[in-house]
Design a protein around this ligand. Structure first.
Ligand code: RTP
Ligand code: MG
Length: 137
């Protein structure tokens, strides 16, 4: 089942020069391919829409600040079961709970600075494509 998912390499990943490392892991998976890619800074408006489900939570404001603290890489990735697959490759939200071998498990320690975002469902992916790549949505 071919799908597409929206991936963000968060500001910590860009600052730590892990862009190539992370994209390399994605590209090594059979049948997955990067179909759009851009380095950009995210506006408050876009971030509020992207993380609307977390508005009002204690970690919301620090998350907004972190995600606006530097450039990110926004990617579209297409391929076989890529939505679930990218979540598996990223690992659980808390990098300390994430298994070695996953991106968060290999590179992270802080819950907020967990390197990567990936759409969590087909519905989220379509919503996020409209937000980040409106021309292709
Ligand atoms: P994401 O949405 O970024 O792909 O991550 P996720 O689904 O694994 O985690 P989610 O629960 O949606 O949380 C969104 C992001 O907020 C930060 N966070 N900080 N307790 C905390 O300090 C806390 N909890 C979450 C993380 O950056 C998380 O990825
Ligand atoms: Mg999430």
């Amino acid at each position: 089942m071919s799908q597409r998912t929206l991936v963000i390499l968060k500001p910590d990943a860009v600052r730590r020069k892990l862009i190539g490392e992370i994209i390399g892991r994605i590209e090594r998976k059979a049948d997955w391919r990067v179909s759009a890619l851009e380095l950009r800074e995210l506006s408050r408006e876009v971030l509020e829409q992207h993380y609307a489900e977390h508005a009002g939570k204690p970690f919301y404001e620090p998350l907004m600040e972190f995600m606006a603290s530097g450039p990110v890489v926004v990617l579209a990735v297409e391929g076989e079961r890529v939505i679930e697959g990218l979540r598996t490759l990223a690992g659980p939200t808390d990098p300390i709970a994430a298994a070695p071998g996953s991106i968060r498990g290999d590179f992270g320690t802080i819950v907020r600075e967990n390197l990567v975002h990936a759409s969590d469902s087909e519905e989220s992916a379509e919503r996020e494509f409209k937000l980040f790549f409106p021309a292709s949505a």
